[in-house]
Design a protein around this ligand. Structure first.
Ligand code: UDP
Length: 476
């Protein structure tokens, strides 16, 4: 039997946020952290999810938990294991919560059986990590079955769901029907947006907490254009770079890192030259991120008018273990790419980024987002979209869909551009063309974007909301 994996993270001192958030916010945060430590009085906060790397949840836990540990709170992180059948079922539930039938399979008795068997194995191992009174924070559908077993050990259990859609359809209902029996008794529910929560969760147990990013993580840390260019050159994503810089970055543990792996890139001809205009979307290879639609919209409405390049970058498909659809979606993109005329193929690049070293992968994403003239996130459904906050923080002109958590991060015409319908490729093309041609407007949106991310999407806001939630739990 596979063991659950404990992810080891070093604590980080949140004081390093002070110069960014300013003295008042920093002081407020110090008070909140000290009160939380006192109230917790040695209880643990155990986070449980289904992958240590790849995707937004893992990304966020890596830095948030490091800060929690940095203020002296014991916050272990466990990653459950699962069989391919288990992850096929949980992906179906996940797609359902995004209104999509996914692979079209059932969510009936046989699927409950698959789900329950894996859950029971994980629960048995997790029990060893939990003491009565601890707080267990379970993330996403893969962990829903652990609510009851963790409560049986005497823990307070919070289930946090990072996905959802504003409108419900049969697919959404079906996923909630599957999950409801496991979740009924949870002490609290956390959702990114109120609309995502099913009615039964909104009975006084619901808290709304949007995610956040960390400005010091390899994904978001400052990086000079020269270093970004060197990283992209060494990865094979950019040509025409000869600046003597080396592709270095700082790892999460503070040690120096260097990018030395290559991306797998599908392209005709050389990668974009450092001086050419570049549009980027970074996403998992998931249909709802619509990499295919980005490519088609770009081919129809941008390439001929601008000569800009597009890089679609996602993880190496074997790198995200809880996402069985990745390879299939990448294949669909490759097929479509092959059908494009030669001129478009020279401008559109599909890149699979190396995942062997999470920090290195993050540094590559950082460099790509920073070098991009425009970052897009044309999702058809989106829980929150950490890639959006990442782009805003880097002051990038942004184009995204008005769906899920994206409009919570971007106000159209102020700190980015939103299209109303993700399938409207002409509108997408127009928004991208506007930002490519009006550089002054694009730069203004970018400056506002950075300010927005600083105000609303950093860790101090996020952790303060958690502290309030735990405080409330404690007084039940
Ligand atoms: N990401 C990454 N490498 C990749 C593709 C994505 O590090 O090759 C990251 C991306 O930068 C973001 C996260 O994965 O931090 C995706 O989170 P988001 O909320 O945008 O979407 P999710 O994958 O959770 O649906």
């Amino acid at each position: 039997m596979t063991r659950i994996q404990e992810v080891h993270l070093q604590g980080l001192d949140p004081e390093r946020l002070a110069p960014i958030i300013g003295p008042e916010r920093a002081e407020r945060f110090r008070e909140i952290a000290s009160l939380a430590r006192e109230k917790l009085a040695g209880r643990r906060i155990l986070n449980v999810n289904s992958t240590a790397t790849g995707g937004g949840v893992a990304e966020m836990l890596q830095t948030l938990l490091a800060y929690v540990r940095g203020v002296g709170i014991d916050a272990p992180w466990a990653v459950i294991h699962g069989t391919p059948e288990f992850f096929a079922v949980t992906k179906r539930i996940h797609n359902g919560l995004h209104r999509s039938p996914g692979d079209g399979g059932e969510l009936g008795a046989a699927e409950h059986e698959v789900y329950d068997e894996v859950t029971a194995e994980n629960a048995a191992q997790l029990r060893e990590l939990v003491r009565p009174g601890d707080i267990v924070l379970l993330h996403d559908p893969q962990t829903a079955g652990l609510v009851v077993p963790m409560q049986q050990v005497g823990a307070f259990v919070v289930w946090r769901c990072h996905v959802g859609s504003d409108d419900h359809n049969d697919c959404v209902e079906r996923s909630w029907e599957f999950l409801h029996p496991y979740l009924e008794s949870a002490d609290r529910f956390v959702f990114t947006r109120e609309h995502f929560a099913p009615e039964w969760a909104n009975d006084g147990r619901l808290a709304i907490i949007p995610p956040s990013i960390d400005p010091f993580s390899p994904k978001n840390q400052d990086m000079t254009p020269e270093v970004a260019h060197a990283i992209l050159r060494d990865t094979g994503l950019l040509s025409g770079v000869d600046n003597g810089s080396v592709s270095t970055f700082t790892r999460r543990d503070g040690s120096p890192g260097r990018v030395d792996r290559h991306a797998d890139i599908l392209q005709t001809g050389p990668p974009p030259d450092v001086d050419e205009r570049l549009v980027v979307q970074v996403s998992r290879w998931d249909r709802l991120k619509d990499m295919l639609g980005v490519m088609e919209g770009f081919e129809r409405h941008v390439v001929g008018n601008s000569g800009a390049h597009l890089i679609l970058a996602g993880p190496n498909v074997s790198g995200v273990t809880d996402d069985p659809e990745g390879a299939e979606v990448l294949d669909e993109c490759v097929e479509a790419w092959r059908e494009f005329p030669h001129a478009a193929r020279t401008r559109i690049h599909l890149a699979c980024l190396p995942m062997a070293d999470v920090d290195e992968n993050a540094a590559i994403v950082n460099a790509l987002q920073r070098h991009a003239d425009i970052v897009v996130q044309k999702s058809l459904a989106e829980g929150f979209g950490l890639t959006v906050s990442e782009a805003l923080w880097k002051a990038r002109p942004f184009v995204g869909t008005r769906v899920g958590g994206i409009p919570d991060q971007v106000t159209d015409g102020e700190d980015g551009l939103l299209i109303d319908d993700g399938t409207d490729l002409a509108a997408f093309g127009r928004a991208v063309m506007l930002l490519l041609t009006d550089r002054e407007y694009a730069a203004r949106l970018g400056r506002n974007a950075h300010e927005r991310a600083r105000r609303d999407f950093l860790g101090d806001r996020h952790l303060a909301q958690y502290a309030a939630l735990f405080d409330d739990l404690d007084t039940r």
